[in-house]
Design a binder for this molecule. Structure first.
Ligand code: 5GP
Ligand code: MN
Length: 334
């Protein structure tokens, strides 16, 4: 955080600020954005959060979430705020193509741009880059950011709950990317008033019957285990989307079930979306899915959680994924 004193100086007078995060925002994208939103707002800045697309239903309880401007449905307003911004924050993504058309709108704007992110290989699209690929989440980095600006005492219960939400969802309830430092931060958040039981309940126990039916369908009818490669695949077709009325966020977490199998080291969740086929990858241990996503599916992410997409058919993408496995066989069997 070598630039911190410069950022502190910029933030010393009231600014017009836009916070933006990645398409199909998850708990960390929304949690980090709202935490920074409330912090900057309380410092006297004028702040707007713009998300490229809608946030998932399981985050609807979050304070401030309804004020997020959705670029897909509010382009004119987004354009106005981007063009008048003094500062734009990029949270929880590492390249402008992760925010599609919103990125095209932002690229030519010559204001101060600050990226705070934990994905591998951030692209140089912001003048200030605060990147820590070892961090559990961007929300953890927001806690650090506020702390290093000397403002930890300004973290109130709403900011603390937003940060906790991002940490909880990105670590899969403290299963991945944890560290002693993370648990210290979490302890502080709880001391600041976070009710961890209440938040676990709000975030994870808000499913509808169709979600469990969909999960059952995935595990019973759409799962394939390739024992010779320690790999599991679940795929969903357009017809499955219609049958289960699958909306944004409804498939969150399904890929992780594959990792519950003792021998599965690599998991893929492949879904047929309206214009693309999306692939979500997860792995255990040292096996890097980031590399597969980047090399073969125009994507990226982290070592153990990455994703990408393809314009080929669902069948072709499933086949392509299977055909890649021999190349990684040695690493998968180790
Ligand atoms: P998920 O599988 O939950 O959608 O995403 C897992 C991780 O991979 C996230 O950190 C996400 O940012 C990254 N990721 C998912 N899809 C893409 C993609 O299309 N492009 C890139 N660069 N990263 C992705
Ligand atoms: Mn994240």
């Amino acid at each position: 955080m070598e630039y911190l004193h410069e950022i502190k100086a910029i933030l010393a007078t009231p600014k017009d600020i836009v916070i933006t995060t990645h398409r199909n925002p998850d708990g960390d994208a929304i949690g980090s954005s709202l935490a920074l939103y409330y912090y900057l707002n309380r410092m006297g800045h004028t702040v707007r959060v713009i998300s490229p697309s809608e946030y998932p239903e399981f985050l609807e309880w979050m304070p401030g979430v309804k004020d997020i401007i959705i670029f897909d449905t509010d382009m004119e307003l987004s354009k106005k705020y981007v063009e008048q911004a003094d500062i734009i924050f990029f949270l929880d993504f590492n390249a402008l193509d992760r925010i599609d058309k919103l990125g095209e709108l932002i690229a030519p704007v010559s204001c101060t741009k600050i990226m705070i992110d934990h994905h591998l290989y951030p692209e140089p699209c912001a003048e200030y880059l605060i990147s820590d690929t070892m961090a559990s989440s961007t929300s953890e980095l927001i806690f650090d950011f506020i702390d290093r600006l000397g403002d930890k005492q300004k973290i109130d219960s709403i900011i603390a709950e937003s940060i906790f939400t991002g940490i909880l969802t990105d670590t899969g309830s403290f299963k991945y990317s944890t560290s002693p430092k993370l648990f210290r931060i979490v302890a502080e958040l709880i001391e600041m008033g976070v009710d961890d039981y209440k938040l676990q309940d709000l975030i994870f126990n808000s499913l509808h019957e169709k979600h469990l039916q969909l999960l059952g369908h995935c595990l019973n009818r759409r799962m394939e285990i390739l024992e010779e490669y320690n790999t599991g695949i679940i795929w969903l077709s357009k017809e499955d989307y219609a049958r289960f009325d699958i909306q944004r966020g409804d498939t969150e977490g399904i890929v992780n079930y594959l990792l519950m199998l003792k021998n599965v080291k690599l998991a893929a969740f492949i879904t047929e979306q309206p214009t693309i086929v999306k692939i979500s990858l997860r792995s255990k241990g040292d096996f890097s899915v980031q590399e597969i996503a980047r090399k073969h599916f125009k994507g990226g992410g982290h070592k153990n959680a990455a994703g990408g997409y393809s314009f080929q058919s669902l069948k072709a993408v499933v086949r392509k994924f299977k055909e890649l496995l021999p190349e990684y066989k040695d690493k998968l069997l180790n």
